[in-house]
Write a protein that binds this ligand. Structure first.
Ligand code: HEM
Length: 369
C-alpha cells in the first residue's frame, strides 16, 4: 500500500459546476477583458442593464393589478397601494428604480462621450445607445400617464397634441386612431409590451456590438497601439486583463447595491400619486427628466415638445461624425467636451427655472377654463 497515491475526488460543488458547464458552456464567459473594465465608470452600462431587469420584474408584478381603462385606472393604482400583497412596496420600488436607472443610463452615456468611446469602430453602437435612450424616455413618459392622476392626464393631453402636430402617422398617438380601445389602454400596452420589447432587442444588439468590438481603451491610449492590434488588445497588453466573469461579478455587486438603494427609498418615500383628475385644468409640472423642455413650451408652444427632442437626438447621433479630433484624448477633444458641459449646465439651469416657475396653461382650449 505504501507509496500509492490516489487523485483527490472532485467536490460536489465541482461536479455540479462541471455538469452545468458541459451543458451551458459557461466557461466561454471567462474570456479576457481589459483590467479597467472593472472601474466603476466602465461598469455603468452593466449596472443600467441590471436595473432594467429589476424594472421588468417589478413591472410584471404591477401589471397583474393595473387596469388600463380610464374609468378604472386610478382605482387600480389605489388597490395596488392599499390592498395588493406587497403592492405598495413594489410600486415604490418600480418608481425609484426607474429614476435610479435613468441616472445610471445618463452617466453611462456621459462616460462613453467623455472617453470618446463612440469613435470608430463604435459609431453605430453609439447610435444604438441613442435608440436605447429614446425608448427609455418613452417608458418614463408612458409610465407617468399610467398613474392616471392630474399629472398623468395632462401628460396624455400633451401626447395627443404632439400626435396631431405629427399629422398622418401621429394619429397613432391620439384617441382618433381607434374607438375600440381607449388611448390610455394603448399607452399601457406601449409601456408593458412594445417599448420593453424594443428596449430588450436594442440591448441585445448593443451587447453584441460591445462583445464584437471589445471594451474601448482609456482615452488617448489607442495612439500607442501597434497597427495590427485593436485598442482593446493593446489595453490588455499594457494594463493586464481580467476574466469577463469577474466583470460580471462587479456589475452584479453594483447592481445589488443600486437595488438596495432603490428598496431603501421605496420604504421611506412613496411613489407619487397626485390629485384626482380635473379635466380642463393644467396645473402640474412634468417629471424631472422632462423639466428642461417645460420653459420652451411657454416660449415656443407645444411644437417645442416635438422638435427639440428630435433635434437633441439627431445632434447626439451625429456626435461620432462631428468629432474630427483624430484621438480620444481629453486634451485634444477639450472643445467638444467644453461644449457638452455648457449644454448640460444649460439643461440643469432650465430644469431649475422650470421647477421654480408657476405652472402655465399650454394645451389649446384650456385657457380660462
Ligand atoms: C438601457 C440602456 C443601456 C444599456 C443597458 C447599456 C449597456 C452597455 C454596456 C454593458 C456596455 C459595456 C461597457 C460599459 O458598461 O460601460 C456599453 C457600452 C457602450 N454603450 Fe451602452 N448602454 C445603454 C445605453 C447607452 C446610451 C444611451 C449610449 C449613448 C448614447 C450608449 C453607448 C455605448 C457605447 C458607444 C458603448 C461602447 C463603449 C466602450 O466600449 O467603452 N449606451 N453599454
Amino acid at each position: 500500500m505504501a507509496g500509492k497515491t490516489t487523485a483527490a475526488r472532485p467536490s460536489v460543488v465541482d461536479r455540479v459546476w462541471r455538469w452545468i458547464d458541459e451543458r451551458l458552456g459557461l466557461e466561454d464567459l471567462t474570456y479576457p477583458v481589459p483590467a479597467h473594465a472593472n472601474n466603476v465608470l466602465y461598469t455603468l452600462g452593466g449596472i443600467t442593464a441590471f436595473g432594467v431587469v429589476a424594472l421588468i420584474v417589478t413591472g410584471i408584478y404591477l401589471t397583474q393589478f393595473y387596469h388600463g381603462d380610464p374609468t378604472q385606472a386610478r382605482e387600480s393604482i389605489e388597490y395596488i397601494i392599499t390592498t395588493a400583497r406587497l403592492g405598495d412596496f413594489v410600486r415604490n420600488l418600480h418608481f425609484w428604480m426607474a429614476n435610479l436607472v435613468t441616472i445610471t443610463l445618463l452617466l453611462h452615456a456621459l462616460r462613453v462621450f467623455v472617453t470618446g468611446s463612440y469613435r470608430a469602430p463604435r459609431e453605430l453602437n453609439w447610435i444604438v445607445g441613442v435608440g436605447l435612450l429614446s425608448v427609455m424616455v418613452g417608458l418614463l413618459f408612458t409610465g407617468t400617464v399610467l398613474k392616471w392622476d392630474q399629472e398623468g392626464w395632462e401628460a396624455l393631453q400633451h401626447n395627443e397634441e404632439v400626435g396631431e402636430l405629427l399629422g398622418g402617422v401621429g394619429v397613432w398617438f391620439t384617441a382618433e386612431f381607434t374607438t375600440s380601445t381607449p388611448l390610455l389602454e394603448r399607452l399601457f400596452i406601449a409601456h408593458v409590451a412594445i417599448l420593453p420589447l424594443l428596449l430588450v432587442g436594442l440591448m441585445a444588439v448593443h451587447f453584441y456590438l460591445v462583445k464584437h468590438h471589445g471594451m474601448s481603451s482609456v482615452p488617448g491610449h489607442e495612439e500607442q497601439r501597434a497597427r495590427e492590434l485593436t485598442d482593446t488588445e493593446a489595453a490588455m497588453r499594457s494594463e493586464g486583463y481580467v476574466p469577463f466573469t469577474s466583470h460580471l461579478l462587479h456589475v452584479a455587486g453594483w447592481g445589488l447595491l443600486l437595488t438596495a438603494a432603490g428598496s431603501f427609498l421605496a420604504l421611506v418615500v412613496a411613489a407619487p400619486l397626485g390629485d384626482v383628475i380635473e379635466p380642463g385644468e393644467e396645473k402640474t409640472k412634468p417629471p424631472w427628466i422632462f423639466l428642461p423642455l417645460y420653459p420652451f413650451e411657454d416660449w415656443i408652444g407645444i411644437r417645442a415638445l416635438l422638435w427639440l427632442p428630435i433635434a437633441a437626438l439627431v445632434g447626439m447621433a451625429a456626435v461620432p461624425f462631428i468629432d474630427r479630433f483624430g484621438s480620444s484624448s481629453l486634451r485634444r477633444r477639450w472643445a467638444l467636451i467644453a461644449a457638452a458641459l455648457v449644454i448640460i449646465a444649460a439643461l440643469v439651469a432650465l430644469g431649475i427655472y422650470a421647477l421654480t416657475s408657476t405652472p402655465a396653461e399650454h394645451i389649446p382650449g384650456m385657457e380660462g377654463e
